[in-house]
Design a protein around this ligand. Sequence first.
Ligand code: TYD
Ligand code: MG
Length: 477
Amino acid sequence: MAKKQVKKPSHHYVCHVCGAVHAKWAGQCEACHEWNTLQETKESSSVASSLPIRAGRQICLEKLEGESPLPPRICSGIAELDRVLGGGFVPASVVLLGGDPGIGKSTLLLQAMSQLAIQKKRVIYISGEEAIEQIRLRAKRLGIVSHTQVELAASMNVADIIATLESEPNISVVVIDSIQTMWLETLESTPGTVSQVRACAFELIHTAKRCGFALVLVGHVTKEGALAGPRVLEHMVDAVLYFEGDRGHQFRILRAAKNRYGATDEIGVFSMTDRGLAEVDNPSALFLAERRGNIAGSAVFAGMEGTRPVLLEIQVLLASKGGEGVPRRAVVGWDSGRLAMLLAVLETRGGLKLSGMDVYLNVAGGLKITEPAADLAVAASLISSVTGVPTNPNEVYFGEIGLSGEIRQVPQEELRLKEAAKLGFSKAVLPRKVTKTTRTNTPPRALEDIGIILHTIGHITDLVALKNNKTENNKTA
Ligand code: TYD
Ligand code: MG
């Protein structure tokens, strides 16, 4: 006898870190290997599949060629924020702002909204975390109460929020703080779960696109640094910004991880003061503020963050390996794989003895470097540390190091040197110019005019020799 088919509501389990869907519960997500991240979700997928498909309408196909105006921008007037956004908020676009709790997301947005309100833009700040009184108190502390017309609401109910936003005219920017507190009654799950976060974001994004205001969603990050909730949120929005920083340090970095309307390598630097976030327009001075000149194992790297040069101090400490086993390599602010490679190159091509040493590397100030151009500064710190001879405190370094020990060219030499000159550095160690026929079309470098003595080097052995004072200053390339 054939069994009667009973349609059960389908239960499945969604990983709240990566969004992978599993049929059965498990302690570990098979996709991202995180533990205890699966959450049960009930979704009547059978309902969707049993609906008849409506007859579609024909969509209009357009030619690729043709004029589209650049998106208009809503500038907050906070230059560090506007630059990371690619020039300001874009109407009908959605920005996700992630960061650790307490890092200053709410503070930044409240300050930005007040600046917009001063420009007579209509801005709405909706908090699901704080009561109106708390927000007012914060605004008072920030000194932005008297002249601001920011409209506030404390609500977690997405349906109410959407009804309000749809009925209010001329809104420029809406902030939702935070998406994890938002809640749709139609779903069974509690706020913060994958299905709630996803559905609430979807509804809010849809409203922003329909009504034409810029939407900012605040998102909490997990201790691993990923945005809590499914990664799918990152795909739904136009820009993902992270607000980072060490709570032990006063400065905060705003970084774009994705931006459909701008570059992703820009950073904004702020410092947290007792009156809110202050813009830092000269980050190099801030990062180098506590540098002690004559210590072996430190070198200044002339780096680039997006379009902006930033000088950073690289610090290295070598200690003879205690006991048996593999030596320790502890890295803060740089890539540990890159350090391992550099140590091997210095040992094999530069003749330094480093394999028996524990190596500790730190980028002072807490910034993370992603550029390969930092290789030369790290190598200089390592050489200085191993020889015990401090690097020249008036010298900066930049250049990539290849596996054969060659020093390779990096972009934006002029900007790096100008920044170094601005901060009072008088010497730079940089890659030797490659004189291949393919490069002859490039205009001659006018780097000598910047007012910095240039040591151009071609191989890691040149750097070792330079540090041993065996090389004469070679002023030109
Ligand atoms: P907040 O913006 O609430 O962080 P988030 O929204 O990311 O959770 O920032 C809270 C922290 O910032 C808190 O620890 C106190 C500090 N803070 C200041 O140092 N100065 C200030 O003027 C303000 C408003 C906050
Ligand atoms: Mg907050």
